[in-house]
Write a protein that binds this ligand. Structure first.
Ligand code: C2E
Ligand code: MG
Ligand code: MG
Length: 762
């Protein structure tokens, strides 16, 4: 039975005439009708009018009203509604507020009949005469709402329902209303939660979209999949719903990455992990591949089987670009775009490994442009840069794909050749031939400043062969040694490193190390070779430097000065070594001068050009003399032609200052240089020493003999003493004596030896 409001109105007018059973039946019908409607009422529609109407119908009263506490009001539901023609809403609203507040305060649980001040006018013409109120309480007993069924004076005089009956009816309705309220409360909460969840999801998806991160979510049971719009956009596709298809996904992954990605996924899904990630390339609809990072979460059921597979996809294009840029800066030369030193070393290591595997040789070629600095200085750096680029292009265009061309900086390039012959000889020949071909290509004219201005330039190249057993830095050193030899050989040429050249370099390096130690380790001493007169009398000696290393391969062996002095000159060590010689010689001289028998001996020391040019040289001599107490007249300084023929005013000044100290000056190895007589005349020399080469060789009357005679004649006219060096035989002595020579030095009179032996001969 479905009652209608119309029926209610009819019945409401004459309720007392109905038999009780019928009344109750109607009430149940209205209750059912209310339940059905109230439970089905959307939250967006107000409940209060429906309840107030139900009060009237169920209680068959003239006025029905319903109030809710504000806390329970859903957005759509006003807190109050009244039904009944004689009941203007605002009058009742006020009453309800008072009643509800009282009920809440008292914790009223049951119905009560209104009395006294509670029976108010509900309109100007209408006064409540009989009314019953009933609170709706939640499970904790809190008042949520209040129902009121009432009659006014007009109808009360007729037959109104008895208050007990009304209370019963209200009680039944209140139960229903409470259930509805609870239900609406539940639904409201659920709706709010759903709303919140939706908002969160939207927010998340918005964030992900803004950050360029796509997401996916796959139910593994049925492969039902969701992909975010960004996920599709990343791949250059229109967003659409799709079932997850492993086959088409595999087609999207770059073939080179597929195996690795599949392995990561399989391991993650089969294992127990809840997370996995992989970096790979996916196909973009535009045809290229994108670098992406996929991070996935795996949800599992109670037995550990994966049920859901979801995650994010990040486009790494920008990252990759930045990384590429960094890589480029770190490993490539920005001017030529060729690999730089670091990259070259990396490639060299690979080539060495490769060579060791294949047993085939490779070659490391170091190239240096001849006189590039000159071009840079005269035509400017821009032109220099153009040349460097063109050289790079020519080299790159001339080698095979497997070979490497790198620029080490400046005008230095490296080419690494791989896969040369297994036979070392053949590999060397091929490398040299290819090296020459490269030099030919690089030697062709460059047009750096326009087609009318050709520029030609040579290149020197050093090659070191390898077969995988060598260390990279050794190879680079070897190629450098070969490069220097190419330059020494006159540039624009190729040289292959060979062991003998390397041994020389090694020995030189070892000697240099040794020399640095030698002074502190007391490894130097002076030997003295006597200088004799016509009568064979020792009148002086020459101090000759000796080095006996205490460490290294030459330990204990005396190294001849001709081997280490040139090296000491190039690295500057000759200065401290020379100072040591002067000091040691002066000490010896002072000792001789202290002995009556040796007091007149003159001691010669040798001085190299580098020492002589040193501004402190004269002071060093003066200090050494002063410190030792030796008389300057006993000291003779031997200079070579190369020294005295240098910078004239400075040389002359230095010689004059030495002379001023009181020391003697001698010109050593005379005849081997280009001293002119006129020049000699201007120098404050005391003596010249005829070089051994004129003394020891040649027949009497030959060229050498004539030269000796000329030197003697010239010296006499310049008032210079002449010493003949390297006299080894009586025959030589006789000839020199006949020619007029009066002073001699040589093995015939004594080899260089310790000072004591010179004294013994004296
Ligand atoms: P030098 O000044 O012409 O010295 C003479 C060289 O001839 C010495 O060689 C000496 O041992 C050698 N000699 C002497 N008599 C004979 C002989 O009869 N036959 C032959 N074959 N050789 C003879 P040493 O000691 O090897 O010195 C070589 C050169 O090293 C010296 O030539 C000198 O230029 C340089 N030197 C030696 N000591 C010093 C030094 O303290 N300072 C500098 N700057 N150079 C030095
Ligand atoms: Mg000498
Ligand atoms: Mg000499």
């Amino acid at each position: 039975m479905t009652p209608s409001p119309g029926a209610s109105a009819d019945n409401g007018g004459h309720p007392s005439n109905q038999p009780v059973s019928s009344r109750e039946l109607t009430r149940v019908a209205w209750l059912l009708d209310f339940s059905r409607r109230a439970f089905g009422l959307p939250l967006t529609e107000p409940l209060t009018p429906l309840v107030s109407q139900a009060v009237r119908s169920v209680c068959q009263s003239e006025v029905g009203a319903f109030w809710q506490t504000r806390q329970l009001a859903t957005d759509a539901s006003p807190v109050f509604a009244a039904a009944g023609q004689a009941a203007p809403a605002e009058w009742l609203a006020q009453l309800g507020t008072t009643l509800l507040a009282g009920a809440v305060r008292k914790g009223q649980q049951t119905a009560w009949e209104l009395s006294g001040a509670e029976l108010v006018d509900i309109s100007p013409a209408c006064h409540l005469t009989r009314a019953v109120a009933f609170p709706c309480c939640d499970s904790s007993g809190q008042v949520m709402a209040l129902l009121l069924a009432g009659n006014t004076q007009t109808v009360c005089d007729a037959a109104a329902a008895h208050p007990n009956d009304t209370s019963n009816a209200l009680s039944l309705l209140a139960q229903q209303v409470t259930a509805v309220l609870e239900n609406r409360k539940e639904r409201h909460l659920l709706a709010r939660e759903a709303h919140n969840a939706r908002t969160a999801e939207e927010r998340q998806s918005l964030v992900l979209r803004g950050s360029g991160i796509g997401w996916w979510n796959i139910q593994l049971r049925d492969l039902h999949a969701q992909f975010s719009d960004t996920w599709w956009t990343l791949l250059g596709r229109e967003p659409h719903a799709a079932l997850f298809d492993p086959g088409s996904w595999e087609k999207l992954v770059h073939p080179e990455d597929l195996e690795r990605v599949t392995a990561v996924l399989t391991r993650a899904l089969r294992g127990t992990d809840s997370q996995c990630e992989s970096h790979f390339r996916v196909h973009h609809s535009a045809g290229h591949y994108l670098h992406v990072l996929a991070r996935a979460s795996i949800l599992r059921d109670a037995r550990g089987n994966p049920t859901r597979f979801a995650g994010t996809l990040v486009d790494l294009t920008d990252c990759k670009k930045a990384e590429d840029q960094m890589r480029k800066l770190a490993f490539f030369d920005p001017l030529t775009n060729l690999p730089n030193r670091r990259m070259m070393l990396d490639r060299l290591l690979n080539s060495l490994k490769q060579s060791s595997r294949t047993h085939r040789h490779g070659a490391l070629m170091v190239l240096d442009l001849d006189r590039f600095k000159q071009l840079n200085d005269t035509r400017g750096h821009d032109v220099g840069d153009v040349l460097l680029k063109q050289v790079g292009d020519r080299l790159t265009g001339s080698v095979r794909e497997c070979d490497t061309v790198a620029r080490l900086g400046g005008d230095e390039y490296v080419v690494i050749l791989e896969h040369l012959d297994a036979d070392a000889g053949k590999a060397a020949n091929d490398a040299i031939a290819f090296g020459n071909k490269l030099l030919h290509i690089l030697g062709a004219p460059y047009y750096l400043e326009g087609p009318d201005l050709p520029f030609s330039m040579g290149t020197s190249m050093g090659i070191a062969l390898f077969n995988g057993k060598e260390a990279a830095d050794t190879l680079l050193r070897q190629a450098d040694v070969a490069l220097y030899r190419a330059k020494d050989a006159g540039r624009h040429t190729v040289r292959l490193f060979d062991e003998a050249a390397q041994r020389q370099v090694d020995a030189r390096l070892a000697m240099e190390d040794g020399l640095r130690r030698a002074l502190n380790s007391n490894e130097f001493h002076l030997d003295y070779q006597p200088l004799v007169d016509l009568a064979g009398q020792v009148i002086g000696a020459e101090a000759l430097l000796r080095w006996t290393p205490t460490e290294g391969l030459d330990r204990g062996l005396t190294v001849p000065p001709n081997e280490f002095i040139p090296l000491a000159e190039t690295n500057g060590l000759i200065l401290p070594i020379g100072r040591w010689v002067i000091a040691a010689a002066c000490r010896q001289l002072a000792q001789w001068q202290a002995g009556p028998e040796t007091a007149s001996l003159v001691l010669s020391i040798n001085v190299s050009a580098r020492q002589f040019q040193d501004a402190a040289f004269v002071d060093d001599v003066r200090d050494a003399l002063a410190l030792s107490g030796a008389h300057p007249a006993g000291l003779k300084i031997e200079l070579t032609e190369a020294v005295v023929m240098g910078n004239e005013p400075q040389t002359l000044d230095c010689m004059n200052r030495l002379k001023a100290l009181g020391v003697k000056l001698s010109l050593d190895d005379f005849g081997t240089g280009y001293s002119s007589l006129a020049r000699l005349q201007r120098l404050p020399l005391d003596e010249i020493k005829i070089d051994r080469s004129f003394v020891c060789s040649g027949p009497p009357g030959g060229t050498d003999a004539l030269i000796v005679s000329a030197i003697l004649a010239m010296s006499r006219s310049l008032d210079l003493s002449v010493v003949a060096e390297g006299v080894e035989t009586q025959q030589q002595l006789d000839r020199l004596t006949i020619q007029g020579c009066t002073l001699f030095q040589g093995y015939l009179f004594g080899s260089p030896s310790i000072a004591g032996r010179v004294m013994a001969q004296h």
